[in-house]
Ligand binder design. Structure first.
Ligand SMILES: Cc1cc2nc3c(=O)[nH]c(=O)nc-3n(C[C@H](O)[C@H](O)[C@H](O)COP(=O)(O)OP(=O)(O)OC[C@H]3O[C@@H](n4cnc5c(N)ncnc54)[C@H](O)[C@@H]3O)c2cc1C
Length: 391
Protein backbone atom coordinates (compact mmCIF):
# COMPACT_ATOMS: atom_id res chain seq x y z
CA UNK A 1 0.00 0.00 0.00
CA UNK A 2 1.26 3.51 -0.82
CA UNK A 3 0.14 7.01 0.08
CA UNK A 4 1.44 10.54 0.49
CA UNK A 5 0.75 10.90 4.22
CA UNK A 6 0.35 7.83 6.43
CA UNK A 7 -1.70 8.83 9.47
CA UNK A 8 -1.56 6.63 12.57
CA UNK A 9 -4.62 7.05 14.81
CA UNK A 10 -8.22 8.16 14.24
CA UNK A 11 -8.62 10.42 17.25
CA UNK A 12 -9.34 14.11 16.67
CA UNK A 13 -5.76 14.77 15.49
CA UNK A 14 -5.63 12.02 12.86
CA UNK A 15 -9.19 12.50 11.61
CA UNK A 16 -8.94 16.27 11.26
CA UNK A 17 -5.54 16.00 9.56
CA UNK A 18 -7.03 13.58 7.01
CA UNK A 19 -9.86 16.06 6.37
CA UNK A 20 -7.55 19.07 5.98
CA UNK A 21 -5.27 17.13 3.61
CA UNK A 22 -8.26 15.95 1.58
CA UNK A 23 -9.39 19.58 1.21
CA UNK A 24 -5.86 20.51 0.07
CA UNK A 25 -5.81 17.69 -2.51
CA UNK A 26 -3.20 15.62 -0.63
CA UNK A 27 -3.75 11.87 -0.30
CA UNK A 28 -3.64 10.03 3.02
CA UNK A 29 -4.44 6.70 4.63
CA UNK A 30 -5.57 6.52 8.27
CA UNK A 31 -4.78 3.45 10.38
CA UNK A 32 -6.78 3.04 13.61
CA UNK A 33 -6.25 0.13 15.98
CA UNK A 34 -9.76 0.19 17.51
CA UNK A 35 -13.12 -0.46 15.88
CA UNK A 36 -15.40 2.37 14.76
CA UNK A 37 -17.96 1.94 17.55
CA UNK A 38 -15.25 2.19 20.21
CA UNK A 39 -13.76 5.37 18.72
CA UNK A 40 -17.22 6.95 18.46
CA UNK A 41 -18.12 6.14 22.08
CA UNK A 42 -14.90 7.04 23.92
CA UNK A 43 -15.80 9.81 26.42
CA UNK A 44 -13.17 12.51 26.64
CA UNK A 45 -12.99 16.25 26.08
CA UNK A 46 -15.92 18.59 25.54
CA UNK A 47 -14.75 22.20 25.25
CA UNK A 48 -13.81 23.62 21.85
CA UNK A 49 -11.85 26.85 21.76
CA UNK A 50 -12.88 29.59 19.37
CA UNK A 51 -9.99 28.67 17.02
CA UNK A 52 -11.02 24.99 16.98
CA UNK A 53 -14.62 25.94 16.17
CA UNK A 54 -13.39 28.15 13.30
CA UNK A 55 -11.15 25.37 11.93
CA UNK A 56 -13.95 22.75 12.01
CA UNK A 57 -16.29 25.13 10.20
CA UNK A 58 -13.69 26.00 7.56
CA UNK A 59 -12.96 22.29 7.06
CA UNK A 60 -16.65 21.64 6.32
CA UNK A 61 -17.10 19.69 9.58
CA UNK A 62 -19.03 22.26 11.60
CA UNK A 63 -22.67 21.86 10.51
CA UNK A 64 -23.88 19.57 13.33
CA UNK A 65 -21.66 21.36 15.87
CA UNK A 66 -23.39 24.64 14.96
CA UNK A 67 -26.81 23.01 15.32
CA UNK A 68 -26.24 21.01 18.50
CA UNK A 69 -23.22 22.58 20.24
CA UNK A 70 -23.73 24.98 23.14
CA UNK A 71 -21.88 28.31 22.77
CA UNK A 72 -20.52 29.42 26.17
CA UNK A 73 -19.49 32.97 26.96
CA UNK A 74 -18.04 32.38 30.42
CA UNK A 75 -17.23 30.10 33.31
CA UNK A 76 -17.92 30.34 37.00
CA UNK A 77 -15.19 30.12 39.66
CA UNK A 78 -16.43 28.97 43.05
CA UNK A 79 -14.49 29.14 46.31
CA UNK A 80 -15.22 30.05 49.94
CA UNK A 81 -18.92 29.33 49.09
CA UNK A 82 -18.86 32.39 46.77
CA UNK A 83 -19.39 32.57 43.00
CA UNK A 84 -17.55 34.64 40.41
CA UNK A 85 -18.36 34.69 36.69
CA UNK A 86 -15.56 35.21 34.15
CA UNK A 87 -17.10 36.93 31.11
CA UNK A 88 -15.07 35.84 28.07
CA UNK A 89 -16.34 38.18 25.32
CA UNK A 90 -16.03 41.24 27.58
CA UNK A 91 -12.42 40.36 28.45
CA UNK A 92 -11.20 39.09 25.06
CA UNK A 93 -12.84 41.34 22.49
CA UNK A 94 -15.61 38.86 21.70
CA UNK A 95 -14.07 35.39 22.02
CA UNK A 96 -16.00 32.43 23.44
CA UNK A 97 -15.94 28.60 23.49
CA UNK A 98 -18.31 25.83 22.37
CA UNK A 99 -19.45 22.81 24.39
CA UNK A 100 -19.52 19.94 21.88
CA UNK A 101 -18.25 16.51 22.89
CA UNK A 102 -15.10 15.02 21.39
CA UNK A 103 -17.13 11.90 20.57
CA UNK A 104 -19.37 14.04 18.34
CA UNK A 105 -16.40 15.76 16.65
CA UNK A 106 -14.99 12.30 15.88
CA UNK A 107 -18.33 10.99 14.57
CA UNK A 108 -18.66 14.00 12.23
CA UNK A 109 -15.10 13.61 10.91
CA UNK A 110 -15.42 9.84 10.47
CA UNK A 111 -18.65 10.31 8.48
CA UNK A 112 -16.95 12.87 6.20
CA UNK A 113 -13.86 10.71 5.75
CA UNK A 114 -15.81 7.58 4.85
CA UNK A 115 -18.06 9.49 2.41
CA UNK A 116 -15.49 11.73 0.75
CA UNK A 117 -11.94 11.10 1.97
CA UNK A 118 -9.19 8.52 1.54
CA UNK A 119 -9.04 5.10 3.20
CA UNK A 120 -9.71 4.92 6.94
CA UNK A 121 -8.93 1.43 8.21
CA UNK A 122 -10.36 0.44 11.59
CA UNK A 123 -8.84 -2.43 13.57
CA UNK A 124 -5.56 -1.68 11.79
CA UNK A 125 -2.85 -1.53 14.42
CA UNK A 126 0.43 0.20 13.56
CA UNK A 127 3.29 -1.95 14.85
CA UNK A 128 6.24 0.31 14.00
CA UNK A 129 7.35 3.32 11.97
CA UNK A 130 10.43 2.38 9.98
CA UNK A 131 13.04 4.50 8.24
CA UNK A 132 11.52 7.72 9.60
CA UNK A 133 14.61 9.74 8.70
CA UNK A 134 14.95 8.25 5.21
CA UNK A 135 13.20 9.31 1.97
CA UNK A 136 10.55 6.57 2.09
CA UNK A 137 9.27 6.03 5.61
CA UNK A 138 7.05 2.97 6.19
CA UNK A 139 4.40 2.00 8.70
CA UNK A 140 4.23 -1.69 9.48
CA UNK A 141 0.70 -2.61 10.57
CA UNK A 142 -1.64 -5.54 11.24
CA UNK A 143 -5.11 -5.60 9.65
CA UNK A 144 -7.59 -8.47 9.34
CA UNK A 145 -5.16 -10.92 10.82
CA UNK A 146 -2.19 -10.22 8.55
CA UNK A 147 0.76 -7.87 8.50
CA UNK A 148 1.09 -5.22 5.81
CA UNK A 149 3.26 -2.20 5.03
CA UNK A 150 2.13 1.37 4.25
CA UNK A 151 4.77 3.23 2.26
CA UNK A 152 4.55 7.01 2.59
CA UNK A 153 6.21 10.31 1.80
CA UNK A 154 5.42 11.45 5.35
CA UNK A 155 4.09 9.81 8.50
CA UNK A 156 1.85 11.64 10.98
CA UNK A 157 2.00 10.05 14.43
CA UNK A 158 -1.48 10.89 15.79
CA UNK A 159 -1.73 7.75 17.93
CA UNK A 160 -2.12 9.32 21.35
CA UNK A 161 0.00 8.96 24.46
CA UNK A 162 0.16 5.14 24.34
CA UNK A 163 0.83 4.84 20.58
CA UNK A 164 3.93 3.52 18.82
CA UNK A 165 5.06 6.46 16.72
CA UNK A 166 6.91 8.37 19.46
CA UNK A 167 9.19 5.37 19.98
CA UNK A 168 10.47 5.79 16.39
CA UNK A 169 12.42 8.86 17.55
CA UNK A 170 15.83 7.64 18.77
CA UNK A 171 16.37 8.15 22.51
CA UNK A 172 19.44 10.33 21.93
CA UNK A 173 17.30 12.77 19.87
CA UNK A 174 14.44 12.92 22.39
CA UNK A 175 13.89 15.08 25.41
CA UNK A 176 10.99 14.41 27.76
CA UNK A 177 9.54 16.93 30.22
CA UNK A 178 7.04 15.43 32.62
CA UNK A 179 5.07 15.93 35.82
CA UNK A 180 2.56 13.62 37.43
CA UNK A 181 0.04 14.70 40.06
CA UNK A 182 -0.99 12.82 43.22
CA UNK A 183 -4.67 13.01 42.25
CA UNK A 184 -7.01 12.25 39.35
CA UNK A 185 -10.59 13.02 38.28
CA UNK A 186 -13.55 10.77 38.93
CA UNK A 187 -15.80 11.70 36.00
CA UNK A 188 -19.49 10.81 35.68
CA UNK A 189 -22.08 11.23 32.95
CA UNK A 190 -25.59 11.76 34.35
CA UNK A 191 -28.96 11.93 32.62
CA UNK A 192 -29.98 15.23 34.18
CA UNK A 193 -30.03 18.76 32.75
CA UNK A 194 -26.94 20.73 33.88
CA UNK A 195 -27.63 22.63 37.14
CA UNK A 196 -25.90 25.69 35.75
CA UNK A 197 -25.78 26.99 32.18
CA UNK A 198 -21.97 27.47 32.20
CA UNK A 199 -19.08 25.37 33.53
CA UNK A 200 -18.44 25.70 37.27
CA UNK A 201 -14.87 25.24 38.56
CA UNK A 202 -14.99 24.78 42.35
CA UNK A 203 -12.07 24.95 44.76
CA UNK A 204 -12.97 23.35 48.09
CA UNK A 205 -10.99 22.20 51.16
CA UNK A 206 -12.07 18.63 50.31
CA UNK A 207 -10.80 18.95 46.74
CA UNK A 208 -11.70 20.27 43.30
CA UNK A 209 -15.04 19.70 41.53
CA UNK A 210 -16.17 20.60 38.02
CA UNK A 211 -19.68 20.90 36.66
CA UNK A 212 -19.75 20.51 32.90
CA UNK A 213 -22.24 19.21 30.35
CA UNK A 214 -22.54 17.28 27.11
CA UNK A 215 -25.93 18.68 26.08
CA UNK A 216 -28.97 20.40 27.58
CA UNK A 217 -30.07 17.05 29.04
CA UNK A 218 -26.76 15.37 30.00
CA UNK A 219 -24.44 16.57 32.78
CA UNK A 220 -20.72 15.77 33.01
CA UNK A 221 -19.38 16.11 36.55
CA UNK A 222 -15.94 15.56 38.03
CA UNK A 223 -14.46 15.14 41.51
CA UNK A 224 -10.80 15.32 42.46
CA UNK A 225 -9.87 11.91 43.92
CA UNK A 226 -6.56 10.46 45.15
CA UNK A 227 -4.30 8.95 42.50
CA UNK A 228 -5.06 5.24 42.00
CA UNK A 229 -8.77 5.53 42.94
CA UNK A 230 -11.02 2.85 41.44
CA UNK A 231 -14.28 4.35 40.07
CA UNK A 232 -16.15 1.26 41.29
CA UNK A 233 -15.31 2.19 44.90
CA UNK A 234 -17.67 5.17 44.70
CA UNK A 235 -21.39 4.51 45.04
CA UNK A 236 -23.64 6.93 43.10
CA UNK A 237 -25.11 8.29 46.31
CA UNK A 238 -21.61 9.08 47.65
CA UNK A 239 -20.70 10.87 44.41
CA UNK A 240 -23.75 13.15 44.56
CA UNK A 241 -23.21 13.90 48.27
CA UNK A 242 -19.57 14.82 47.66
CA UNK A 243 -20.44 16.97 44.64
CA UNK A 244 -23.05 18.81 46.71
CA UNK A 245 -20.50 19.54 49.45
CA UNK A 246 -17.89 20.90 47.04
CA UNK A 247 -20.33 23.04 45.02
CA UNK A 248 -22.16 24.45 48.05
CA UNK A 249 -22.66 28.23 48.03
CA UNK A 250 -23.84 30.77 50.58
CA UNK A 251 -26.75 31.77 48.30
CA UNK A 252 -28.46 28.36 48.37
CA UNK A 253 -27.59 27.15 44.82
CA UNK A 254 -28.80 23.56 44.25
CA UNK A 255 -27.28 20.66 42.34
CA UNK A 256 -29.88 18.53 40.51
CA UNK A 257 -29.34 14.77 40.76
CA UNK A 258 -30.10 12.16 38.07
CA UNK A 259 -29.18 8.62 36.99
CA UNK A 260 -25.41 8.13 36.52
CA UNK A 261 -24.78 6.29 33.25
CA UNK A 262 -20.96 6.15 33.22
CA UNK A 263 -18.08 6.56 35.70
CA UNK A 264 -14.33 6.52 35.15
CA UNK A 265 -11.13 7.89 36.65
CA UNK A 266 -8.70 9.99 34.59
CA UNK A 267 -5.12 10.31 35.86
CA UNK A 268 -3.48 13.75 35.67
CA UNK A 269 -0.22 14.25 33.84
CA UNK A 270 1.81 16.99 32.14
CA UNK A 271 4.14 15.66 29.43
CA UNK A 272 6.02 17.11 26.46
CA UNK A 273 8.21 15.23 23.99
CA UNK A 274 10.70 17.39 22.10
CA UNK A 275 11.17 17.64 19.19
CA UNK A 276 7.81 16.90 17.58
CA UNK A 277 9.48 15.89 14.33
CA UNK A 278 12.05 13.27 13.40
CA UNK A 279 12.93 13.16 9.69
CA UNK A 280 9.64 12.53 7.86
CA UNK A 281 7.75 11.57 11.01
CA UNK A 282 5.61 14.31 12.58
CA UNK A 283 4.08 13.79 16.03
CA UNK A 284 0.75 15.52 16.70
CA UNK A 285 -1.66 15.71 19.62
CA UNK A 286 -1.36 13.43 22.65
CA UNK A 287 1.41 11.46 20.92
CA UNK A 288 3.64 14.46 21.63
CA UNK A 289 2.13 16.12 24.70
CA UNK A 290 -0.37 15.67 27.52
CA UNK A 291 -1.95 18.28 29.76
CA UNK A 292 -4.09 17.81 32.86
CA UNK A 293 -7.70 18.40 31.73
CA UNK A 294 -8.31 21.39 34.06
CA UNK A 295 -7.59 23.91 31.30
CA UNK A 296 -9.62 22.00 28.63
CA UNK A 297 -6.64 22.16 26.28
CA UNK A 298 -5.84 18.57 25.16
CA UNK A 299 -8.19 18.32 22.21
CA UNK A 300 -7.57 21.93 21.19
CA UNK A 301 -3.81 21.41 21.13
CA UNK A 302 -4.27 18.37 18.91
CA UNK A 303 -6.26 20.54 16.50
CA UNK A 304 -3.56 23.24 16.57
CA UNK A 305 -0.82 20.73 15.70
CA UNK A 306 -2.60 19.28 12.68
CA UNK A 307 -3.58 22.71 11.35
CA UNK A 308 0.12 23.63 11.42
CA UNK A 309 1.10 20.31 9.82
CA UNK A 310 -1.55 20.43 7.07
CA UNK A 311 -0.56 24.00 6.23
CA UNK A 312 3.13 23.03 6.04
CA UNK A 313 2.43 20.00 3.81
CA UNK A 314 0.22 22.09 1.49
CA UNK A 315 2.92 24.78 1.33
CA UNK A 316 5.52 22.19 0.37
CA UNK A 317 3.19 20.77 -2.28
CA UNK A 318 2.52 24.25 -3.72
CA UNK A 319 5.97 25.82 -3.58
CA UNK A 320 8.41 22.92 -3.18
CA UNK A 321 9.73 24.61 -0.04
CA UNK A 322 10.11 22.61 3.18
CA UNK A 323 10.45 25.77 5.29
CA UNK A 324 7.17 25.31 7.16
CA UNK A 325 7.79 21.59 7.68
CA UNK A 326 11.22 22.43 9.10
CA UNK A 327 9.58 24.93 11.47
CA UNK A 328 6.77 22.50 12.50
CA UNK A 329 8.16 21.38 15.85
CA UNK A 330 9.19 24.87 16.98
CA UNK A 331 5.88 26.43 15.86
CA UNK A 332 3.80 23.84 17.72
CA UNK A 333 5.95 23.81 20.85
CA UNK A 334 5.48 27.56 21.37
CA UNK A 335 1.72 26.97 21.65
CA UNK A 336 2.13 23.68 23.54
CA UNK A 337 4.19 25.27 26.31
CA UNK A 338 1.65 28.06 26.75
CA UNK A 339 -1.06 25.41 27.14
CA UNK A 340 1.16 23.42 29.53
CA UNK A 341 1.67 26.55 31.64
CA UNK A 342 -2.04 27.40 31.69
CA UNK A 343 -3.14 23.82 32.45
CA UNK A 344 -0.60 23.59 35.28
CA UNK A 345 -1.69 26.98 36.68
CA UNK A 346 -5.39 26.03 36.60
CA UNK A 347 -4.63 22.65 38.20
CA UNK A 348 -2.56 24.06 41.06
CA UNK A 349 -5.01 26.95 41.50
CA UNK A 350 -8.03 24.71 42.03
CA UNK A 351 -6.92 21.30 43.37
CA UNK A 352 -6.10 20.44 46.96
CA UNK A 353 -2.59 18.98 47.07
CA UNK A 354 -2.48 16.24 49.75
CA UNK A 355 0.68 17.78 51.25
CA UNK A 356 -0.46 21.41 51.06
CA UNK A 357 0.54 23.47 54.08
CA UNK A 358 -1.79 26.11 55.58
CA UNK A 359 0.50 28.71 53.97
CA UNK A 360 -0.05 27.17 50.51
CA UNK A 361 -3.81 26.99 51.13
CA UNK A 362 -3.87 30.72 51.84
CA UNK A 363 -1.78 31.44 48.72
CA UNK A 364 -4.27 29.47 46.61
CA UNK A 365 -7.13 31.58 47.94
CA UNK A 366 -5.09 34.74 47.34
CA UNK A 367 -4.53 33.69 43.70
CA UNK A 368 -8.28 33.16 43.27
CA UNK A 369 -9.06 36.48 44.95
CA UNK A 370 -6.61 38.20 42.58
CA UNK A 371 -8.45 36.80 39.54
CA UNK A 372 -11.79 37.97 40.89
CA UNK A 373 -10.62 41.50 41.72
CA UNK A 374 -8.06 42.37 39.02
CA UNK A 375 -9.23 42.79 35.45
CA UNK A 376 -5.69 42.09 34.24
CA UNK A 377 -5.53 38.73 36.07
CA UNK A 378 -9.02 37.79 34.92
CA UNK A 379 -8.20 38.76 31.32
CA UNK A 380 -5.13 36.53 31.42
CA UNK A 381 -7.34 33.56 32.37
CA UNK A 382 -10.01 34.40 29.77
CA UNK A 383 -7.46 34.80 26.96
CA UNK A 384 -5.81 31.46 27.71
CA UNK A 385 -9.10 29.61 28.21
CA UNK A 386 -10.60 30.78 24.92
CA UNK A 387 -7.41 29.80 23.13
CA UNK A 388 -4.02 30.63 21.73
CA UNK A 389 -3.40 31.75 18.18
CA UNK A 390 -3.14 28.98 15.56
CA UNK A 391 0.06 29.70 13.55
C1 LIG B 1 -10.01 9.68 29.82
C2 LIG B 1 -9.64 11.02 29.19
C3 LIG B 1 -10.40 12.17 29.47
C4 LIG B 1 -10.07 13.41 28.89
N1 LIG B 1 -10.81 14.52 29.18
C5 LIG B 1 -10.48 15.71 28.60
C6 LIG B 1 -11.20 16.90 28.85
O1 LIG B 1 -12.16 16.89 29.62
N2 LIG B 1 -10.81 18.05 28.21
C7 LIG B 1 -9.76 18.06 27.31
O2 LIG B 1 -9.44 19.09 26.70
N3 LIG B 1 -9.05 16.97 27.08
C8 LIG B 1 -9.40 15.82 27.69
N4 LIG B 1 -8.69 14.71 27.42
C9 LIG B 1 -7.63 14.85 26.47
C10 LIG B 1 -8.16 14.80 25.03
O3 LIG B 1 -9.20 13.87 24.94
C11 LIG B 1 -6.98 14.42 24.16
O4 LIG B 1 -6.03 15.47 24.26
C12 LIG B 1 -7.36 14.18 22.70
O5 LIG B 1 -8.07 12.98 22.60
C13 LIG B 1 -6.10 14.12 21.84
O6 LIG B 1 -6.42 13.68 20.56
P1 LIG B 1 -5.41 12.78 19.73
O7 LIG B 1 -6.07 12.55 18.44
O8 LIG B 1 -4.06 13.38 19.79
O9 LIG B 1 -5.27 11.42 20.57
P2 LIG B 1 -6.34 10.29 20.88
O10 LIG B 1 -7.69 10.86 21.01
O11 LIG B 1 -5.79 9.51 22.02
O12 LIG B 1 -6.35 9.39 19.57
C14 LIG B 1 -5.32 8.51 19.27
C15 LIG B 1 -5.90 7.39 18.42
O13 LIG B 1 -4.82 6.54 18.01
C16 LIG B 1 -5.25 5.19 18.15
N5 LIG B 1 -4.05 4.37 18.28
C17 LIG B 1 -3.24 4.22 19.36
N6 LIG B 1 -2.23 3.39 19.09
C18 LIG B 1 -2.39 3.01 17.80
C19 LIG B 1 -1.67 2.15 16.94
N7 LIG B 1 -0.57 1.51 17.35
N8 LIG B 1 -2.09 1.96 15.67
C20 LIG B 1 -3.22 2.60 15.22
N9 LIG B 1 -3.95 3.42 16.01
C21 LIG B 1 -3.54 3.63 17.28
C22 LIG B 1 -6.15 5.21 19.38
O14 LIG B 1 -7.04 4.10 19.42
C23 LIG B 1 -6.88 6.52 19.18
O15 LIG B 1 -8.07 6.38 18.43
C24 LIG B 1 -8.97 13.48 28.02
C25 LIG B 1 -8.21 12.33 27.74
C26 LIG B 1 -8.52 11.11 28.34
C27 LIG B 1 -7.66 9.89 28.04
Amino acid sequence: MRTTVGIIGAGPAGLLLARLLHNAGIGSVVLESRDRAYVERRQRAGILEQGTVDVLRAAGAGARMDREGLPHEGIELRFDRRRHRVDFPALTAGRSVMVYAQTEVCKDLIALQTEQGGPLLFEAEALAVEDADGDRPRVRFRHEGREDVLECDYVAGCDGFWGVSRSAVPADRSQIFERTYPFGWLGVLADVPPSHDELVYARHERGFALLSMRSTSVSRLYLQVPDGTDAGDWRDEEIWAELERRFETADGWRLERGPITQKSVTPMRSFVHEPMRHGRLFLAGDAAHIVPPTGAKGLNLAVGDVVTLARALAHERRTGSADLLDAYSETCLRRVWQAERFSYDMTTLLHRHPDATPFEDRLQLARLARITTSRAAETDLAEAYTGFRLD
